[in-house]
Design a protein around this ligand. Structure first.
Ligand SMILES: O=C(CO)[C@H](O)[C@H](O)COP(=O)(O)O
Length: 223
């Protein structure tokens, strides 16, 4: 299977985690987009979805799926999203699509996180993919220096030659050169830097289930 075929296969497999008559959380990125397209086929079975980005909200609406404000939701049985890297223990790097803060907020509201990813995302140690860190714009230089002091090589993410601005009006630093041996501890350390909005490490709250693509089909990991 190609990478896209793997993404489509895990997206389809994730439908089994959709809870009837519920509002579900939906992530951001190309794998999440495949999932939204699959979800359209069973949209009458759910009440609606909480979106982790403006792009996801637009795609849900384009399929006639109701987008619900998280503030109006008291129960979110499941959140389904991709990842940039995931370990065999379920810790993840996310934020390649710049949606890490809303992804982490929706994750915190969900009973279960189902990660859907092609097999290339499974790694033994997080950090080959540059770690996204969302920052308050006035603090990007000072936060960069602090991340460099932790051993990383931060780069301000650009779009069309200008700093990329997230849905929250913030910037993203992509931190290369890390080998993250203790993801939960590193998540706490980076979150503690003043000016950081969110670090794209999902380790204190890992995935509960991962559906990973492989040449032979979808493999399920339960954490
Ligand atoms: O965290 C994310 C967006 O902020 C995505 O889940 C992550 O970047 C994976 O994307 P893709 O499914 O396109 O490989």
């Amino acid at each position: 299977m190609t990478q896209d075929e793997q993404k489509q296969a895990v997206a389809r497999a994730a439908l089994q985690y959709v809870v009837d008559d519920a509002i579900i959380g939906v992530g951001t990125g190309s794998t999440a987009n495949f999932f939204i397209d699959e979800l359209a086929g069973i949209r009458d079975r759910i009440q609606g979805a909480v979106a982790s980005s403006d792009a996801t909200a637009a795609r849900l609406r384009s399929h006639g799926i109701k987008v619900v404000d998280l503030n109006d939701v008291t129960s979110l049985p499941v959140y389904i999203d991709g990842a940039d890297e995931i370990t065999p223990q379920g810790a993840m790097i996310k934020g390649g699509g710049a949606a890490l803060t809303r992804e982490k907020i929706v994750t915190s509201a969900a009973d279960k996180f189902v990660c859907i990813a092609d097999g290339s995302k499974l790694v033994q140690t997080l950090g080959r993919f540059p770690l996204p860190v969302e920052v308050i714009p006035m603090a990007h230089a000072i936060v960069s220096r602090k991340l460099a002091a932790l051993g990383g090589e931060p780069t301000l993410r650009l779009k069309d030659g200008q700093p990329l601005v997230t849905d929250n009006g913030c910037y993203i630093l992509d931190v290369a050169g890390l080998q993250i041996g203790n993801p939960a501890q590193f998540e706490a350390t980076v979150n503690n830097i003043v000016g950081v909005v969110t670090v794209g490490l999902f380790a204190q709250r890992c995935a509960d289930v991962a559906l990973l693509g492989s040449p032979d089909g979808v493999k399920t990991l339960v954490f």
